[in-house]
Design a protein around this ligand. Sequence first.
Ligand code: ATR
Length: 280
Amino acid sequence: MINGSTRVVGVIGDPVDHTASPAMHNAAFKDLGLDYIYVAFRVGNAELSEAVKGMRALNMAGMNVTVPHKKAVMAYLDVISPEARAIGAVNTIVNKDGKLIGHNTDAFGFTKSVDLEGTFKEWPQTVVLLGAGGAARAVLFALLQRPEVERIHLINRTLVRGELLANEMDSEGRVYTGSMSDSEWAEVGLLINSTSVGLFPDVTSLPLRDASVIRPDMLVVDIIYKPLQTQLMLKAGECGATAMNGLGMLVWQGVRAFELWTGVIPRSEIMISAALENMK
Ligand code: ATR
């Protein structure tokens, strides 16, 4: 029951009407008997600073931040975590006694989901990352945190955007943006799609020009979760490779945000089933 002491958290973004986060977090609050409520606020660019001020004025416990505000919101916060600073985006705000702290839990979500659902014992040495947009930044940061990953081939439609991202985030020469030879493809153990190609309603599109580069011993990760089975995942399955979607990343970034707000680790399975139910 919502009462006089219920703490409020939520998400700001535009659009937000299809977000699964309220369902996920409210199910976990209920499961743990925590007196919190999670709501979605549609906030346009022009209202972003007022929304953040309002969060402080209303003493909300925290907030998720989604497209298109993950970068712009940083200007209105008091502290940015080193991880969020390196990624260049905030997806979670914690209100600590009026001080707004910006975090990024997307990279954690990606790594945790691959650790749990991935089929390899060790992260592979060679990885291909498709995309260089907002979502790619968190994935690239996560990959660069893995010492096992020696080579990351970053492939993007707009070459210069990929080069800029590689130059910005990679100081060790582990990210390559040139075209790939067949022998380089043969080394790839992990292929990740962080582009929006294949996202609903564009469900028949493939983010790769040629799916024959997929081999049975590759793990193919699509960070899209709508649809739950993308065209890329379908092709991966046909090639005998293991494929996973972005539902795990969504849930685990939420698990970490929940923990940052409440100090309690929620049950991920509760959040997974709430997200799945919400997507029906
Ligand atoms: P997000 O925040 O979801 O990552 P974004 O920052 O707009 O969104 O990035 C979208 C990514 O998908 C980019 O890598 C984009 O490639 P460009 O940098 O060339 O724009 C990629 N993308 C989107 N539509 C695409 C398409 N039809 N073909 C290939 N790549 C596409």
